[in-house]
Design a protein around this ligand. Structure first.
Ligand SMILES: Cc1cc2nc3c(=O)[nH]c(=O)nc-3n(C[C@H](O)[C@H](O)[C@H](O)COP(=O)(O)OP(=O)(O)OC[C@H]3O[C@@H](n4cnc5c(N)ncnc54)[C@H](O)[C@@H]3O)c2cc1C
Length: 218
């Protein structure tokens, strides 16, 4: 496990990120020796756990530093953003197929603009978000700073997949809720990315304060 901890008292820091360090923790040694892991039964098929620390000892040789965390956060955001684009495309494909094949009153439901326009709108939103994902990934691969782009990619792609998931449920009518179609499962999964690994509000806060120079709120 990668663990971020405070290694210098908060009063002695000069910047907010001062005195934070990442360690590798060997779970096989730590569990039962200062670390308790309690699985959380969650709405999605994801192994999330609550961790309790009580005088856990970690060897100094397991110290990774702090910068590694910042670098890995950008990579994680780009990775999740790409996953969201994949989810959005899944919803778009399912919706398009269903809108062409499902007939109500002797015509495919996709002939109604009330159905086709939301699909087209989600398609445009997804492709636009994907451009930001590509930009962030390109900067990261070239070893360039990409904090704003990685955060914007994650937010825009998460919003695109959430919108596409909602649209897909609507296009499928009652069958959207049927487990056999897997849409309700993906719909639940994609909701996660409004919150984790960073919530949308904190991305907006980062953009407002660190990119646009607006006053800090906390
Ligand atoms: C399935 C799952 C897997 C996870 N895996 C990991 C993992 O592997 N490693 C890990 O470290 N964490 C993991 N997490 C935790 C996840 O990163 C956090 O849940 C997420 O960052 C949000 O933090 P929080 O839950 O503490 O919410 P809080 O910080 O309590 O925020 C609650 C709400 O208040 C809003 N909020 C908080 N502060 C502000 C503010 N200043 N201004 C405006 N709004 C604000 C947030 O946007 C959010 O909507 C996981 C979570 C889930 C659900």
């Amino acid at each position: 496990m990668l663990l971020l901890v405070r290694t210098r008292p908060i009063e002695q820091r000069t910047r907010k990120s001062d005195g934070l360090s990442a360690f590798i923790v060997d779970l096989r040694e730590a569990i039962g020796n200062g670390l308790t892991v309690k699985p959380i039964d969650a709405m999605i098929n994801h192994h999330a756990c609550e961790l309790f620390f009580d005088n856990l000892r970690v060897p100094a040789s397991n110290l990774l530093g702090f910068k590694v965390v910042l670098d890995s956060m950008n990579a994680e955001r780009i990775l999740i953003a790409a996953e969201c684009i994949g989810d959005a495309r899944y919803f778009l494909e399912k919706s398009t197929e269903y809108a062409k094949s499902r007939e109500v009153f002797n015509r495919p439901i996709g002939q109604n603009q009330g159905i086709s326009f939301p699909i087209a709108e989600c398609f445009a939103q997804t492709e636009a978000a994907n451009l930001m994902v590509e930009k962030a990934a390109g900067l990261f691969d070239a070893g360039n700073p990409c904090g704003p782009e990685a955060n914007m990619a994650k937010m825009l792609a998460a919003d695109a997949s959430k919108a596409a998931g909602d649209m897909c449920m609507q296009v499928h009518g009652g069958f959207g809720l049927a487990r056999d179609y897997h849409i309700e499962r993906k719909f639940r999964e994609t909701r996660l990315y409004q919150v984790a690994p960073i919530s949308t509000n904190l991305i907006l806060s980062y953009l407002a304060e660190h990119v646009l120079g607006l006053p800090r709120s906390f």
